[in-house]
Design a protein around this ligand. Structure first.
Ligand SMILES: [Zn+2]
Ligand SMILES: [Zn+2]
Length: 141
């Protein structure tokens, strides 16, 4: 059977909204040292331009922000994309095949954790990092 749906499938961009923790922070994970830290969502825009590169507060290495997404975030986005594809297939091939079942996507919510909140003395941005790393060793993201 040829998939008619393919013809209609362009590149679909969807915005997935994530909720921060109760202080408005969102979790990132360093791709180099695998340490988790949190940044304030409201401060992730600089002069209305979204931040594209961040520094790890622990090892100071920098990469594009997409490399700092946690496994949970990537899985969540993948699942939403999968369900969307299933919707498309069911819509286009529903009369030919049995509708595919979608997997439930749990709501991505941030948990409040025990990290310490820091404020950068230069740019006044906020960061949550594990306290035992020591305030003097924390890099500004
Ligand atoms: Zn790191
Ligand atoms: Zn700073």
């Amino acid at each position: 059977m040829s998939m008619r749906a393919n013809k209609d499938m362009g590149v679909i961009t969807r915005t997935v909204a994530f909720k921060g923790d109760s202080d408005g922070y969102f979790t990132y994970e360093c791709p180099f040292c695998k340490s988790a830290f949190k940044l304030k969502i409201a401060e992730m825009k600089d002069n209305e331009k979204a931040v594209v590169e961040i520094f790890c507060p622990y090892c100071g290495l920098t990469d594009t922000i997409t490399h700092f997404y946690t496994k949970e975030v990537i899985e969540h986005v993948t699942q939403i994309a999968k369900n969307y594809a299933i919707d498309m297939i069911n819509k286009n091939a529903g009369k030919i095949i049995k509708p595919l079942k979608k997997e439930n996507v749990p709501v991505a919510a941030e948990l409040d954790t025990v990290e310490q909140e820091f404020e950068c003395i230069y740019c006044k941005h906020h960061i949550k990092a594990l306290y035992h790393a020591g305030a003097s060793k924390i890099f500004c993201a």
